[in-house]
Design a protein. Structure first.
Lengths: 468, 468
């Protein structure tokens, strides 16, 4: 199956197409460079052309044309994914959703939006019009698109209260277009949502999203300093366990993260200080301070509504989740990170902290999970090569710390190393030619893959075809 | 110390005083008659006079005068307490807060209100003015005052999401007047809240309350039918454990409660049907139905926004919490109830259900509790005498099911059978003569009480003094 790029481009030339090589290269990349492994694997890949559709009709037209000419299609929003979600492995067309950014409906507790809306912008509009806001968002709030978050994210700022994005109730409805001779438009709710959410656009194109909302508050943002990593972790867990204290974020930064990598925080901490970063509803500050009083070694060193600094540290969410890694990378491009699921046991977290000292700097995000909570680890990892990284992952797995490996570009390797039957079944139905974001779903290409080593997609097309 | 009732009355005669014997008797009683034990113990007690103050200044005046003349003072709001909280054991003055019912301030996430506000009325005002509502309320929403809930309640509709009233963050501030020669006005936040919240007005008079608010939604109210008690309990627990599904109520009614005692539900159930009653945010109905689909034996038999009945069952909250018992009492005045804390283990709940079959009908309310959830039991108990009830309590305690005995009128016996140091310490400070709701705090009268049998207050004054 050889793509006929020039025929597809000709048929789509009346649309908003990007052909400038610099633009095409730029829009073929995401934040995959957080990983030295992905950087080496994917840096040379790019699309043949990029289209910026304005409507669902235009998306359908692109899909029909690309289907007819066997051209791969990869979706891109803000391009802030860290797993190479938006990188076209086999060239072809990148659909950039930036112009499909309308907030279509706001109701009590929900919003209907187009996938290309930048999260910060849509949230501002929702807030202004209704006093509500999104339940959760990635730390790349200012750049990420909502479609990218739904298709490639797993949680974020807000998960401390609402759990993971995949948890029931955190996505209400997705409208999806298929990649067939005659694309179909489908509306997914309930269990069907799992077909296309967090599927990297491998089996359908999301054209409309309905999400639940929460009330918007002037969250009080704070840094709380602790003498020990254990004390910081225990406090963050205790905070997340208080049903009456409404929070949006509880992050733990082991020493010396704040001193080494948080430039505007550095003057206020030593290299031995462990920080907890939080966002607390203003009307629960009394409850928060009362809880903190029970953890007698915690000091609030910054408080957005009160104890301010000469130079504001900026929004608290730009310290947490993957922004912690981003800040570290600004100091040392050799650093990288992991994504670890420790579960709710503080002892296990502290054991991992002790075990991997010197190799990584512990960074946790606390999430509600089922009947309890879970510490999600996004530790900053000292410079190391692929083999060393693989060993570090294996060492975590030996301790029964589940890894969502951010040094892999496939759904399975970045997930639970197993086939998601709902996703592959829907891909068979909705993308019979396998043209959507090819190479990202191992189950499609190599059902018997054994995960012994990194998957290597055989259809990878290192250089784009010459444009006509 | 002999109260000089007539002198106190004379000094307060310019206030709104009730002396009509029927009114005084009526306002000296609460919902203590849920318990046959309390009915026998307290039925003959009443105040000497009742005053309806309009302002904090009037309350201060009443307290000064009663202090000077050694007259006991008992607070009363809606009079819906079940532990005899508002019954004056030693006569004296009942302060009825009904006219202190103003909503003083509504902000983003909080309200400031006077204690006598009827919860349903203040909630309607909050909703209309701000689109917000109270986090939690008792099933006696339509009659109860907010002051009574704070001083004598422990949780209710909303605790499925926000936990117990005593949990950090669920009360922000209490303004309290002391019972001294010169009453002081104190403002309590943080740990100090525990001095007077759930203290039955034994150590200070609450004159202003600041509470957190939540967004108001058109909650979808449902009855879901199950074949087994275990399935109903498991579903209610699973629902409360989903961080992304916003609920306000999850109650479990073992068979044959619905068939026997829920008149308008009866036509839709058999005596073998176990029900779960829920209130779910409308924008999370898709998540709810998805979760229900995973519990394949649950059928929605009533849904307020859709699957309605010829005769509406009325608000769902008037089935749950203590209204379950109230409905049963309408069918059989001999029935009563218990308050049990089972914790989060379904097996333990089911074990209790099997063990006490024939003696009680299991009714659960699911609450968030710390890092998890807890099943709060308010089982309906078959007619039995005090000794049998005491045995039933002992049998529960032997199974490590904690009982909050609703057949006792003291704070300690209705609580954890131990002295609350914060409450007694504050009583020493704020009520040196021990005139506030006397007989309700064992620690004040008999610090060495051993809880071997029911406490009997020696200062009980069976008949009111003749009015002048």
């Amino acid at each position: 199956m050889t793509p006929n790029i020039s025929a597809a481009k000709a048929a789509l030339s009346h649309l908003d197409m990007e052909e400038n090589p610099a633009t095409v290269r730029n829009k073929s990349r995401d934040f995959f460079w957080y990983s030295p492994v992905l950087k080496a694997e994917l840096d040379h890949l790019e699309a043949d052309f990029v289209i910026n559709p304005k409507t669902e009709e235009e998306i359908i037209e692109i899909l029909k044309v690309c289907y007819a000419h066997d051209v791969p299609v990869t979706m891109r929003g803000g391009g802030t994914g860290n797993y190479g979600q938006a990188i076209p492995l086999a060239g072809g067309c990148v659909i950039h959703t930036t112009q499909m950014n309308k907030v279509k409906e706001i109701g009590a507790g929900y919003v209907v939006v187009e996938p290309g809306a930048i999260i910060k912008e849509m949230d501002a509009e929702i807030k202004e019009k209704s006093g509500q806001e999104l339940r959760m968002f990635p730390s790349t709030y200012a750049q990420a698109s909502i479609g990218g978050f739904v298709a490639g994210g797993s949680g974020g700022v807000g998960s401390a209260n609402w759990g993971a994005l995949r948890d029931l109730g955190n996505i209400n409805r997705l409208r999806v277009v298929t990649m067939e001779e005659e694309p179909r438009i489908l509306e997914f709710t309930g269990e069907e949502l799992h077909r296309v959410s967090h599927a990297y656009g491998t089996n359908g194109i999301i054209t409309e999203i309905e999400l639940p909302l929460a009330p918007a508050y002037e969250w009080v943002e704070m840094f709380v300093r602790f003498d020990t990593f254990r004390a910081a972790t225990e406090f963050s867990g205790a905070l997340t366990s208080e049903p009456g204290i409404l929070i949006k974020l509880a992050s733990v930064y082991a020493a010396p993260i704040a001193h080494s990598f948080f430039q505007r925080v550095k003057p206020y901490v030593t290299e031995n200080d462990h920080l907890v970063g939080v966002m607390v509803a203003p009307h629960n500050m009394d409850g928060f301070m009362t809880l903190l009083g029970r953890h007698d070694d915690g000091d609030v060193i910054y408080r957005s509504d009160d104890l301010q600094w000469a130079r504001s540290p900026g929004p608290m969410y730009e310290f947490g989740w993957n922004h912690t890694t981003l800040r570290a990378l600004k100091f040392n491009k050799g650093l990288t990170y992991l994504q670890v699921r420790y579960g709710g046991d503080v002892d296990k977290v502290v054991e991992a902290y002790e075990t991997f000292k010197g190799k990584l700097h512990m960074h946790l995000e606390v999430m509600r999970e089922g009947n309890g909570l879970s510490f999600a680890g996004l530790p900053i990892v000292e410079p190391m090569n692929k083999d060393e990284l693989d060993q570090l992952v294996a060492d975590h797995e030996a301790m029964e710390c589940m890894i969502f490996n951010p040094h892999r570009y496939t759904l399975e390797e970045g997930g639970r190393q197993s086939t998601d039957k709902r996703q592959i079944d829907f891909k068979r139905e909705a993308d019979p030619k396998g043209l959507l974001n090819p190479g990202k779903m191992i189950a499609w290409d190599e059902p018997d893959f054994d995960y012994a080593d990194m998957y290597s997609y055989k259809g990878m097309r290192p250089k784009p075809e010459a444009t006509e």
